[in-house]
Design a protein around this ligand. Structure first.
Ligand code: ZN
Length: 260
C-alpha cells in the first residue's frame, strides 16, 4: 500500500479509537449514578420497614391503654353489683360488664394481629438492611472501577492524541483537508474496497476502478464520496488457490476477520 494511503488509514483508525474511548468515558459516570440510585432505593425500603414497625408499636401502646381502660371500667361495675338494690339494676350492670369485657377482648385480638405484622416487618427490615449493606459495598466497588477506567481511558486518549498529531504532520495538507471534510460529513473518510464493493456504503465498484484500486491507487467512491483504497494484506490469494489450505488458510481467515 502506498505510504500516504497507509497513513490516512492509520489516522482513521486512531480517530475511531478516540471516538470510542470518548463515548466510553462519557458513559462511565452513569455507572456510578446507577449504583447510587440502587443504594438510595434500598435505603428508602429500609426506612419504610422501620416506619411500619414504629407505627405498629404506637398502635399497640394505644391499644394497651384502651384495654386497661375497659378492664378498669369492668372492675368498677363489678363492685357496683355488690350494692345494687333491684334485679333490673343488676341486669343493667351485667350488660355493662359484658360490653367492657367484650371490648377489651376485641382490642387484645387487634394487638395480637399487630404483633404478627411486626414479626413479618422485622424480617423485612433485616433483609432491607442487608441489601443496603450489599449495595453500599457494590457502590464503593463501582466508584473505584469507574475511577480506574477514567484514568486508563484518559491515558489512552493522551497516547492517541499524540499519535494523531504525529500522523497529521506526516500527511500532506490537501489529503488532510479531504479527510477532515469527509470525516465531518460521513463519519469516516476512508473506505476499504472489498469484493468489488465500497465497504463504506456497500455500493459496487466498476471493474475499471477495481483494477485501478488493486494497482494501489486511492480513488473516490462514486456513491458515497469516501476515499476508496484496496488493502493487499486482506486480499484473497487468487493466483494460487491450491496454497490456500491448512494453517496458511487459517492465518489468512484470522487476518481477514481481524481486519473486519
Ligand atoms: Zn462508498
Amino acid at each position: 500500500m502506498q505510504a500516504h494511503i497507509e497513513k490516512l488509514v492509520k489516522l482513521q483508525s486512531v480517530e475511531l479509537e478516540r471516538a470510542r474511548l470518548t463515548t466510553a468515558l462519557r458513559a462511565l459516570p452513569a455507572e456510578s449514578a446507577q449504583a447510587e440510585a440502587a443504594l438510595a432505593a434500598a435505603e428508602r425500603q429500609a426506612a419504610e420497614c422501620s416506619d411500619a414497625l414504629n407505627r405498629e408499636e404506637t398502635l399497640r401502646t394505644r391499644l394497651e391503654r384502651e384495654i386497661a381502660g375497659h378492664r378498669q371500667k369492668s372492675a368498677r361495675f363489678k363492685t357496683q353489683l355488690d350494692v345494687v338494690k333491684t334485679p333490673e339494676q343488676a341486669t343493667a350492670i351485667d350488660h355493662e360488664i359484658e360490653f367492657e369485657s367484650g371490648e377489651a377482648e376485641r382490642l387484645e385480638n387487634e394487638e395480637f394481629s399487630s404483633l404478627e405484622r411486626t414479626e413479618v416487618q422485622e424480617t423485612a427490615l433485616a433483609a432491607a438492611r442487608a441489601e443496603v449493606e450489599r449495595l453500599a459495598g457494590a457502590l464503593d466497588k463501582t466508584k473505584a472501577r469507574v475511577a480506574q477506567r477514567q484514568q486508563e481511558f484518559n491515558a489512552e486518549l493522551v497516547g492517541l492524541n499524540a499519535e494523531r498529531e504525529a500522523l497529521r504532520k506526516e500527511i500532506e495538507p490537501e489529503w488532510l483537508t479531504r479527510f477532515d471534510r469527509l470525516a465531518g460529513s460521513r463519519g469516516t473518510a476512508m473506505a476499504k474496497a472489498e469484493n468489488q464493493q465500497c465497504n463504506g456504503c456497500r455500493m459496487g465498484v466498476r471493474p475499471q476502478m477495481w483494477n485501478q484500486l488493486r494497482e494501489g491507487e486511492l480513488l473516490t467512491c462514486d456513491s458515497c464520496g469516501r476515499m476508496l483504497y484496496w488493502d493487499p494484506a486482506f486480499a484473497p490469494a487468487a493466483k494460487s488457490p491450491q496454497a490456500a489450505s491448512g494453517p496458511e488458510l487459517k492465518t489468512r481467515i484470522d487476518k481477514a476477520q481481524a481486519g473486519d
